[in-house]
Write a protein that binds this ligand. Structure first.
Ligand SMILES: NC(=O)c1ccc[n+]([C@@H]2O[C@H](COP(=O)([O-])OP(=O)(O)OC[C@H]3O[C@@H](n4cnc5c(N)ncnc54)[C@H](OP(=O)(O)O)[C@@H]3O)[C@@H](O)[C@H]2O)c1
Length: 252
């Protein structure tokens, strides 16, 4: 088996400056994959790119807000000037606003929809055409256990993640003849900035751990290992699925 079976493939990852996106980027770089790193913060993207290049791959950074149509259309041109083809697209960028449904302002609600759902759509519309005719393609959408269950204070987040699971299924069916698979990953509670407010609150942290059968936070590397598998040729039969990786949360 080759040491770097994904070598010379090109991946575009949104939200690549930190958290899961950064971990996906470094895991793919270790596998020989060239990277297009997308996010709003140029500095964090640059530092991930520098780390990735130590593995001998090309790493380009692109500053864009994926919730804005114009940003993504500009990104399409900027990426085309650096990469001829995209083989792997990871729609990872996501935000959360935690409050009960009736407490949301319109702007809070739509900001989450526009990032988590509309952003994934815009990225797919721009980059899926550039993934065709290669006989291989992988789209990974980040969903969540909140695409399978829900909880108080998770109304909009849960709604977007259920919607992204639906987008994943439809896109998977539309792309079967192009040998592009589309798979969602549904993590449980993973220790990143997104969940830092929960870890910082001792009562919330204790309640979450009590509810997690494995009794610990997930590690970003555990999610990246699954993403690497989905990108491998061995996972070619997996499409339209939403894979839970949640320490047993949804088994209860
Ligand atoms: N951590 C968890 O427990 C968990 C569980 C289930 C699912 N997920 C999902 O996994 C994904 C990554 O989560 P994470 O925990 O790694 O979160 P994180 O640490 O907060 O990172 C989120 C990333 O998304 C980027 N981002 C946010 N809005 C953006 C926008 N409009 N345009 C471009 N980039 C944007 C952020 O970069 P900038 O701020 O620099 O733009 C950041 O790099 C999300 O979709 C999240 O819903 C996470």
């Amino acid at each position: 088996m080759p040491q770097q079976p994904l070598k010379n493939r090109n991946a575009l990852i949104t939200g690549a400056g930190k958290g899961l996106g950064k971990t996906f980027a470094l895991a793919l770089a270790q596998g020989g994959v060239n990277l297009g790193l997308v996010g709003r913060n140029a500095d964090t993207l640059k530092s991930v790119a520098e780390e990735a290049r130590k593995h001998g791959v090309t790493a380009e950074t692109f500053t864009a807000d994926i919730s804005r149509e114009k940003d993504v259309l500009d990104l399409e041109k900027a990426v085309a000037s650096k990469f001829q083809k995209i083989h792997i697209l990871i729609n990872n960028a996501g935000i959360n606003v935690r409050k009960n449904v009736t407490d949301f302002t319109y702007d809070e609600w739509t900001s989450v929809i526009n990032t988590n759902l509309v952003g994934a759509f815009l990225m797919c519309r721009s980059f899926v055409p550039r993934m065709k005719d290669e006989g291989y393609g992988r789209i990974i959408n980040l969903t969540s256990i909140m695409a399978h269950v829900s909880s108080t204070g998770r109304g909009v987040y849960s709604a977007t993640k259920h919607a992204v699971a639906g987008l994943t299924k439809a896109l998977a069916l539309e792309l079967v003849d192009d040998a592009i698979t589309c798979v969602a990953i549904s993590p449980g509670f993973i220790a990143t900035d997104l969940t830092a407010p929960l870890r910082a609150d001792p009562a919330k942290n204790a309640a979450l751990m009590a509810q997690t059968p494995i009794k610990r936070w997930g590690k970003p590397e555990e999610i990246a290992a699954l993403a690497l598998y989905i990108c491998s040729d061995a996972a070619a039969f997996m499409t339209g699925n939403d894979v839970l990786i949640d320490g047993g949360w949804c088994a209860q």
